[in-house]
Design a protein around this ligand. Structure first.
Ligand code: PRP
Ligand code: URA
Length: 208
């Protein structure tokens, strides 16, 4: 899996345990998601380009740095919303697009219901946020849409990936690196990631 980057550290492992635990309620679930999202944002930011810019301290002029590329965050509704705030805190100048996709429970294929993305996608670094990469159908559809809107420099940030989803991304979008906090065993007969954490949207928003 050439496109896969597993972002792994002890705090992420601890927080994934909270997320997996079926007894964890919405409040703690959201906090754990938020903390892992900070770690993903920092890891992904290693690929950002900087340019030098002068800065005047109270003592003298020295070299500073600024990002030289527009960053566009694209949460996939609903569950992707839970990752946005951490990324925005780390990248306050980021623009935010939204893509609404709902997996059909029988076919497991994504049904699209909303799109809104900023201008200049072709010169932006576009980061899609979605905690779950299961069959990969939703992520693949999101990148197909974004590339049709001009996006060239694309990244996926998720929390739990299944090998099936990683393979689909590698096949459909081999140029897109997939950052995940963990790679789980696979999918069950209903298309849920196992061991997984259940339905990320329902657990985040309390709609179980
Ligand atoms: C979940 C998840 C992904 C998708 C992953 O969303 O947030 O978007 O499923 O599955 P896939 O890789 O097989 O496409 P869901 O469709 O349940 O919508 P929700 O976020 O509104 O609950
Ligand atoms: N969507 C989820 O929210 N969880 C899964 O395990 C698979 C798809």
């Amino acid at each position: 899996m050439k496109n896969l980057i597993i972002v792994d550290n002890p705090l992420i492992k601890r927080d994934l345990t909270y997320l997996r635990d079926k007894e964890t309620r919405e409040y703690q679930f959201r906090l754990a998601l938020r903390r892992i999202a900070y770690c993903l944002a920092i890891e992904i930011s290693n690929s950002f380009n900087l340019e030098e810019s002068e800065v005047e301290t109270p003592l003298e002029i020295t070299t500073g740095y600024k990002l030289n590329q527009q960053i566009v965050l694209v949460p996939v509704l609903r569950a992707g919303l839970s990752l946005v705030n951490s990324f925005i805190e780390m990248i306050p100048q980021a623009k935010v697009g939204h893509i609404g996709l709902q997996r059909d429970e029988k076919t497991l294929l994504p049904i699209d219901y909303y799109y809104k993305t900023p201008k200049n996608m072709d010169i932006s670094k576009v980061i899609v946020l979605d905690p779950m990469l299961a069959t990969g159908g939703s992520a693949s559809a999101a990148f197909t849409y974004l590339k049709n809107r001009g996006a060239k420099d694309c990244t996926l940030a998720c929390l739990i990936a299944a090998p099936e989803g990683v393979k689909k991304m590698e096949l459909d979008h081999p140029d897109v690196p997939v950052y995940t906090a963990t790679l789980d065993r696979g999918l069950n007969e209903n298309g849920y990631i196992v061991p997984g954490l259940g339905d990320a949207g329902d657990r985040t928003f309390g709609t179980l």
